[in-house]
Design a protein around this ligand. Structure first.
Ligand code: HEC
Length: 119
């Protein structure tokens, strides 16, 4: 009988450990270093560059430094992933909001692309 109980306890704790790990990965914020590398490796695609060129470079320039219409220098941004996502979605002052014209995935890809612009 106690063997069965032991087995159940082990199974439950394994489940808990696994779902915690999954939650952490999904939030991506609990370890900034890990989430940074996943963004760098995962979404630095030609697709996100094309998106950036068509939607963002008019103000920010291809390398992020143009500063047209007072646009922030993206090479110097100190914003984290969440703050970058928020400003792209909601806009700020002269920066337009993109949440109706871009999907969450596209915004996420642009965040990854901005990180590749940083020196
Ligand atoms: C019409 C011009 C314009 C376009 C188009 C534009 N931006 Fe901006 N962006 C701005 C301006 C202006 C700011 C500065 C806002 C402020 O702080 O007042 C800014 C700020 C930002 C910031 C914040 C940087 C920081 O460190 O504060 C990010 C990130 C950003 N833009 C990303 C993007 C992305 C990605 C796109 C394309 C989807 C884009 N922008 C398109 C004008 C623009």
């Amino acid at each position: 009988m106690s063997r069965i109980i032991n087995g159940v306890v082990v199974a439950i704790s394994l489940c808990l450990a696994w779902s915690c790990a999954k939650k952490e990965a999904a939030e991506g914020q609990s370890s900034p270093v890990a989430s940074d590398t996943s963004v760098r490796q995962g979404v630095t695609t030609e697709g996100s560059q094309a998106l950036y060129e068509s939607k963002c470079s008019v103000c920010h320039g291809s390398d992020g430094t143009a500063g047209i219409a007072g646009a922030a220098n993206l090479q110097l941004t100190s914003l984290d992933t969440v703050a970058l996502r928020t400003i792209i979605a909601d806009g700020k002052n002269a920066m337009p909001s993109f949440k109706t014209s871009l999907s969450k995935t596209e915004i996420h890809e642009l965040v990854g692309y901005i990180k590749t612009l940083k020196k």
